[in-house]
Design a protein around this ligand. Sequence first.
Ligand code: PLP
Length: 438
Amino acid sequence: MVITQGQYTAEEFIQKKIELLKDEVEPFFAVDLEDVCNKHIRWITSMPRVKPHYAVKCNDDVNVIKLLSYLGAGFDCASKGEMKKVMDLGVSADRIIYANPCKQSSYIRYAEECGVETMTFDNEQELLKIKQIYPSAKLVLRLVTDDSNAVCRFSMKFGADMKTACRLIEKAKDIDMEIVGVSFHCGSGQMTSKAFVDAIQNARTIMNYGNKLGFTMNLLDIGGGYPGNTGTEDYFAEIAAAVNQAIDNHFPDDGSVRIIAEPGRYYVASAYSLATNVIASRDMIDNETGDEKYMYYINDGVYGSFNCVLYDHYVPEPCLLAKNESNEKFTSSIWGPTCDGLDCIQTSIKMPKLVIGDWILWKNMGAYTISAAVQFNGLPYGKPIYFMSKQFWDTIKEAYQPPRRKSQYDAQLMRLNSTDCSNEIEDDMLPWILEDPI
Ligand code: PLP
């Protein structure tokens, strides 16, 4: 963890870090923890009625989990491994939702042993399985959504339609299982608000039906899907405004229904910038045009941090850190370091000529990157280096002293905006600053 004296952009931080690295050229992430805090601040100010439960699967970095725990978020866990990871960091079971509609029996047993009571389901077999293993579980019924405008869709795999949902509620009543609410997921990287508005309305209909059958439906979980890349702030604001309106329409603020969400990429996408090094290159002549073209090999690839290219439909954009004397651009491709031909990050892009040893920066690399990376061919992938300015952290700490009063918090945020930053970096690897406050 690097505590800086001033506020740095990821690019500035990476430049400083590279100057200090000398010969060591392993890939690394600059993790801007201020960005994670700012996302949280934006969330709680944009949707004050919706308590975020960070989706650990998106990026299971312990330091992000610690920070979000400190800031007061809850957690969405998909497995025993994620529940254990979060609880080992001191998070209590009542801050966790086990949000995987199809669960291994032994993991349900583990949830019971640890006291994680709330879990999702979307079909009768799962309902019967939970009844056998954990009859006192608090069930959340996941509805299908229209996720056609999302980058990654889930509705072909999960979610009950309205008719099935009513049948499941009746079945739960018959077998004496408790359903406490409804959840949905509008697809990851959802860019329109309509899907959320429609899903909230459907949730209301199903919760009314549950209440009519005698359940106390007091939990609405509006899932994940909120965009988190730099530049998507307007989409997020649009979704937040529509969600606020829809929950006010269908769930008046009378304390009868607790509203949570499961944002993943929203929190971490923009906080992680990856620095990679050009380890090899090939010059070629295009047979058709006779133009020069180049292939560059970098030291992280689709088996490592760039697995998002395959699994998350992400098209990463390279930012060059080296100053080029010429502005001339050439057709280039960028490849990962393994021996596999699939390991390609950019098939064709126009860019200035690079030389071996140059660094390339990749922004918005925090979501669905390190959580699914492997060391194929024995090659390491980006190692996180965290940074945050001392002023910012002091302000956050002060703002989060209990009791967490909103007026006090706002005052801290105003102070934060007027913070004067010096331009020096302290490269002390301080002990992790968030160890105590969880
Ligand atoms: N909740 C569930 C159940 C999910 O499956 C996912 C993503 O796969 C998320 C939340 C997080 O989604 P996102 O990262 O788009 O916010």
